[in-house]
Design a protein around this ligand. Sequence first.
Ligand code: PLP
Length: 221
Amino acid sequence: MSNIAQNLIYINQQLPEEVTLVAVSKTKPIVDIQEAYNAGQRIFGENKIQEMVEKYDALPKDIKWHMIGHLQSNKVKYMAHFVDLIHGVDKLSTLKEINKQAKKHNRVIDCLLQVKIAKEDTKFGFSHDEIINTLNSDIINTFENVKIVGFMGMATFTDNQQQLQEEFLSLKKLFTELKVKNTSLKVLSMGMSGDFKLAIKNGSTMVRVGSSIFGHRNYNP
Ligand SMILES: *Cc1c(COP(=O)(O)O)cnc(C)c1O
């Protein structure tokens, strides 16, 4: 059995049944994804639209492709015909563009709003107040071709378990509160290779795991 298949088994053993695994395949070659596919994995995450499109074209069509990276509005059109879930929506204008492109393909595209949970300054996302205002805004209801199905959060890059736990819990709390009125909120995407177990303990329903499945990424050509 291949390493990738073994890693997938190992990770799946650690996931409760109701938690969805997104295998983050960014920078990894088609053969690696095919190997994970052969081992049963069907949901893959990419952070660059062009790379995702190339992989979509080359691989089996029952794969669900998740866009997990920061989005440039002008590139949404390239994936609108197939993307299954967009994790990192952090601007109303992006949502508007997704709506426009989805409409052209007669689709409703599921989206997650990215919420800023990290204390460090570099991460994208809405603040808690902005999330509440956005969900309550009238304009959102005019977007017939996008469906906001949940939130995505990225914790600070740290080993401090206490801090990670606080960041995950803050998002879980917001999610639980807003779910009461917004019944389409079902997905809480948080947790990566280093912190997915803690994220699950603190309410995650979807984890995005890359290097623990495919090995370390090498960004040098
Ligand atoms: C790369 C990436 C991941 C996966 O990271 P690993 O540490 O390799 O598991 C998860 N989420 C996002 C948004 C990413 O860009």
